[in-house]
Structures are given as C-alpha cells and as structure tokens.
Design a protein around this ligand. Sequence first.
Ligand SMILES: NC(=O)c1ccc[n+]([C@@H]2O[C@H](COP(=O)([O-])OP(=O)(O)OC[C@H]3O[C@@H](n4cnc5c(N)ncnc54)[C@H](O)[C@@H]3O)[C@@H](O)[C@H]2O)c1
Ligand SMILES: O=C(O)C(=O)C[C@@H](O)[C@H](O)[C@H](O)COP(=O)(O)O
Ligand SMILES: [Zn+2]
Length: 380
Amino acid sequence: MVRKGDSTIGIRRDVPVHLGDRSYTITIGAELIASGDAADQIAAIAKGARAAIVTHPNLRALYGETLATMLSLRGCETIFCEVEEGETFKHLATVERLYHQFVEAQLDRRCLIIALGGGVIGDTAGFAAATYLRGLRLIQIPTTLLAQVDASIGGKTGVNLPQGKNLVGAFYQPSLVLIDISTLKTLPIRELRAGLAEVLKYGIIYDQAFFEETYQALPQLLSYDVEALTKAVARSCEIKAEVVAQDETEQGLRAILNFGHTLGHALEAATAYERYLHGEAVAIGMVAAALVGEEMGITSHETTRQIISALQQAGLPTRFPSEVPLPEVLEIMHRDKKVINGKTRFILARAIGKVEIVPDVPDAVVQKALERHRAGLFSP
Ligand SMILES: NC(=O)c1ccc[n+]([C@@H]2O[C@H](COP(=O)([O-])OP(=O)(O)OC[C@H]3O[C@@H](n4cnc5c(N)ncnc54)[C@H](O)[C@@H]3O)[C@@H](O)[C@H]2O)c1
Ligand SMILES: O=C(O)C(=O)C[C@@H](O)[C@H](O)[C@H](O)COP(=O)(O)O
Ligand SMILES: [Zn+2]
C-alpha cells in the first residue's frame, strides 16, 4: 500500500508480512524518526509500557535520542541499552550483557525491545527479546541498507559461535518494522555496497526484472538517492515477505534466501568475522554458488557473467581470497544449517530470477568449483 504524506514526510510504503497471529507491517519512508511517525506507531502498541532501545553510542546520538524524545512526548518512556558495534560482538556475551541491563531496568513482560541499528544489533537484540522472560515484544528499526532489506524482516534472530555463523538463535517475529530511509544518509559507502549484495540476491533468486532495474539504478543507489533507495528497499521487503509468509521456519522455500550464504558464512567464520562484511562475503558466495551451478549443469556461463558483472558494478568483491585455506572453508561449510544427513543443500541459479534447492551436490563438485573460484578461472 502506498500512502502519501505531506511534503516533509513524502511517500510511505506499507508492506504486510502475513503470518497469521504473528503478522506485522513493514513501514518504509523518509524521516520516519524525525517526523514522529515511528514514535506514533510504537506508542500505539506500547500502550503506556516502557521500551528499551538497544543501540550503540553513535546511533544513539544520530537517531536514538530523537526517537526517545518523540516517544516520551507520546507517553512511552525509554531506557537505552548500549552494545558495541560490529560482527565480532554478535555473540552470546553481548546477549548476556543485554540480559543484565534488562534486569537492572526492571523490564517486565509488557515492555518493548527496540533494535535500532544494523543487522548485528537486530539479530542480537532480537535474540535477547526472544529469550528474556521467554519473550518481550520486539520492534526493528534497521539503519543499514542490509538490515532494511533483509535482517529486520522474517524473524531470524541469533548470534555467531567461533565455529560458525548464527549457530545459536530463534525464529522470533517482530511486532513492527520501521524503515527510515533517511538514516542511510550517514551510512558509510562500504556498508551501502554490502547491502546491495542482498538487494541483488533478491533479483537473482526471485525477480529477473528487479535484478535488471537494480543493475540500471546502481549509479543512483550508490549516490544515496532517496527515491531509488526507497524503491529498492520496498521491492526487497515485498520479496522477503512473500517468501517468509510461505515458509516461516525454513522447511523448504525459505532456503532460497540463503543463496550465496553457504560459502559466504564459511568465509566470515574462517576469517574470524573480521575481514568481510556480511554482504561482501555473500557477494563472493553468490559467485561460488554460480560456479557450483555451472559444474552441476544448472547455471549457464552467461548467468554467472551477469551475476559477477552486477556485483562488480556495485563495488563488491567477487574473488575467493587466496590466503584462506580451502579445506578449512569446506569443513565449516559442513556445519551449515542447510546440511541434512551430512549433505549440504545448495541453492543454485537456473537463470536470473529462478533458483533451485539442490539437496545432493557431491563434495567433489563443490571442491572443483571452489578450486576454480580460488584460481580466478571465472572471468566474465
Ligand atoms: N536475521 C536475518 O534474516 C539476517 C539477514 C541478513 C543479514 N543478517 C545479519 O546481519 C548482520 C550484518 O548486518 P549489517 O550489514 O547491517 O552490519 P552491522 O550491523 O555490523 O552494521 C554495519 C555498521 O554500520 C554502522 N551503522 C549502522 N547504521 C548506521 C547509520 N545509519 N549510519 C552510520 N553508521 C551506521 C554500525 O554501527 C556498524 O558499524 C550479519 O550478522 C548478518 O548475519 C541477518
Ligand atoms: O532470512 C533468511 O532466511 C535468510 O537466509 C536471509 C540471509 O540473508 C541472512 O543472512 C540470514 O541470517 C541467514 O540465516 P542462516 O539461517 O543461514 O544463518
Ligand atoms: Zn544474508
């Protein structure tokens, strides 16, 4: 649904996520926080209860204080729970620190948790919300492109272990997702590019026309054009909402959202979550998936070429890092959540816009594709 506000508020888009009694709305628009629109929606569900805003100091100063003031004006009192930023802090110690802050603030079961930040904060605060007192209501206010198009939607919450990404977690749907496109104006360009990896992923797995549109719009997207960003975020949210509504807990279809993640997650873990941003690792992983698809006779060389070309135009890495040992990566891939009976299911591209879940890709095929990837034998 498109709602037109006044000139300062601009176009608002509401995307529903249909999940029975766990349904919720994703609201997308510019200046949602500063206009008070986000606070209106939160206050309407808080009904006088307090809210804990989980964020880190920079985002607190940039957006959190305004949000807290707007909420206070609407009768919703807030406390801040600060966490450190970055993937290396997406672990159980951070969740435990949050629990202690929740106890200290005497949060009760009516209180809300507001995750204000990127996917790391969304996943970590989301997991804390899912588990503290066996579940407090959660509101996602994502402030990176990646979290706006992906991490804030669909209810996957959790943290990493040294052995692998997101190995501890819960499916726990938010009550609201509020996407303020204006927060992207302060996002560093490397983070914006990382978000584009997941945007391009949606085109590859689900919507060829969206892939083409995104490719054409890359110059505007990389210039932080609000209209282009709003369009890309809205279509990404629609696709994720459609997939999640059909398969909330990843019994089948939802695994397509994991395109590029089998290698991507392994690379993140193999480099101690320090070298790559999630979106960068997924970009390299999508090339790996295309090469595995080629070995399986599912993906054409032309499809691989299109994927690599779009990722490179977005300024994303596509090469397998030569210094990361292949055996280690293969071992971590065997711990992927898509492994069943020792077999890694792969998401492979039949064409741009159409992927398949392939349950029985032999290890030797994966190894061959990754050796080719590592040797750089895949130039478009
Ligand atoms: N739950 C899911 O479905 C899902 C989906 C995709 C990714 N993820 C997870 O999301 C995480 C990656 O999230 P991310 O890419 O948002 O990274 P992130 O959360 O680490 O944020 C990136 C950086 O940008 C900063 N930042 C955030 N918003 C900002 C803003 N508006 N202005 C300036 N700086 C800002 C953060 O402080 C951080 O340093 C990974 O852990 C990944 O596994 C989860
Ligand atoms: O929402 C999903 O489902 C996804 O797979 C989206 C991914 O982009 C995301 O990185 C997710 O966190 C991966 O989940 P995991 O179950 O593979 O850890
Ligand atoms: Zn991802």
